[in-house]
Design a binder for this molecule. Structure first.
Ligand code: PMP
Length: 355
């Protein structure tokens, strides 16, 4: 039976990425060797790393604009730590829009004054705070473009002279933005890029080496950049899946092309959430994420039936994050429109069944 995978991450990737990466595990580039048994310093893998780095900047429109990109280990959570280590001299400003934003902010506290410019915590992070002020003397402003757990997404970013650092883990490569407005962009691979195990970090060169702090090599972005993302053994297989996914995206027409598909998918689902009297969307309408749609059943007594119905339809991964419950439909780049149509049909069928 065909599966419709709404999992929040790790999540669906393009079918061709599954097939080509599986093939590379058996026989990489017709070498007679597996990609996971060769040296990361072999010519073929070095080419993969170089192409992946180049392609990432190209897709984001950041080629030749003073940015460097590295693919590191430790998950986005490691960057919560590396960022203040590398960039916080005196004071940093954080926007608290969810668990991940909050975790990022907590790591900064050990390195300097940490200002929470605004928070939606008291409303269970159901919206993105607006109209806040960023201290002009902050070393950087940190925000989370898409809040995977709560289904909110920043549609606009503050105009500020302070360097902007953004966790784009759950919406990277999904929508067009002027990426040159950001000084650091980072994203765990396991949503729109590839297999878990690698995090992409894009850094404006002018931000490096400004704190005067001694930084251990493994945590030092400048060191990773100097070593072209090969300071230590990279997650070769995960990087390869990123390489394949970014090529898939490029061949599709890049971010602008996938953005249109993502908008159609999100609109279809949100229209049903709003139309169907059994469901309630949990995020403020203007902040709704095109990647993760969060919603509830108004009447919990329908839960058993609804859960059975979507599972019977081949849907996977629709339960909300364990900290908030309800439902979450993650509609990352590789999720076909057809899967959203299947979910919307199940929601309509539930309405018929209970009336
Ligand atoms: N930031 C965001 C927006 C996330 O969604 C997640 C995980 N889903 C993280 C950070 C943490 O990522 P990791 O588990 O790779 O450390």
């Amino acid at each position: 039976m065909k599966k419709h995978n709404f999992s929040a991450g790790p999540c669906i990737l393009p079918q061709e990425v599954f097939e080509k990466s599986a093939q590379a595990v058996l026989n990489f580039n017709n070498s007679g060797l597996s990609i996971i048994e060769i040296s990361h310093r072999s010519k073929d893998f070095v080419a993969v790393m170089e192409d992946t780095r180049k392609l990432a900047l190209e897709l984001l429109g950041l080629t030749d604009k003073g940015y460097q990109v590295v693919f590191l280990q430790g998950g986005a959570s490691m960057e919560f730590l590396r960022i203040p280590y590398n960039f916080l001299k005196n004071k940093a400003a954080y926007l608290n829009t969810g668990t991940w934003a909050n975790n990022a902010m907590k790591e900064a506290k050990a390195f300097g004054e940490t200002i929470e410019v605004a928070s939606s915590k008291n409303e269970n992070y159901n919206h993105i705070p607006k109209g806040f002020e960023i201290p002009v003397d902050a070393d950087y402003f940190h925000c989370t473009s898409n809040n995977t757990i709560y289904g909110t997404q920043m549609k606009a970013f503050p105009e500020t002279k302070v360097p902007v650092i953004c966790d784009m883990s759950s919406d990277i490569f999904s929508r067009s933005l002027d990426f040159s407005k950001f000084d650091v962009i980072y994203a765990g691979a396991q949503k729109n890029m590839g297999a878990a195990g690698v995090t992409m970090v894009i850094i404006k060169e002018s931000l490096l080496n400004q704190t005067g702090r001694e930084i251990p090599n493994i945590l030092n972005y400048a060191k990773h950049i100097e070593k072209e993302s090969m300071y230590n053994t990279p997650s070769v297989f995960a990087v390869y899946t990123c390489y394949l996914t970014l090529n898939w995206l490029k061949n599709l027409g890049g971010i602008e092309a996938i953005e249109k598909v993502n908008e159609v998918k999100a609109e279809l689902l949100y229209n049903e959430i709003d139309r169907n009297p059994l469901f309630l969307g949990t995020a403020a309408t203007e902040d709704r994420s095109n990647m993760n749609a969060t919603f509830l059943l108004k009447d919990e007594t329908h839960k058993e039936l609804f859960d059975q119905m979507w599972k019977d339809a081949g849907i996977n991964g629709l339960s909300g994050h364990r900290s908030v419950g309800g439902y979450r439909a993650s509609m990352y780049n590789a999720l076909p429109l057809e899967s959203v149509e299947v979910l919307v049909n199940v929601m309509k069928e539930l309405e018929k069944a209970v009336n």
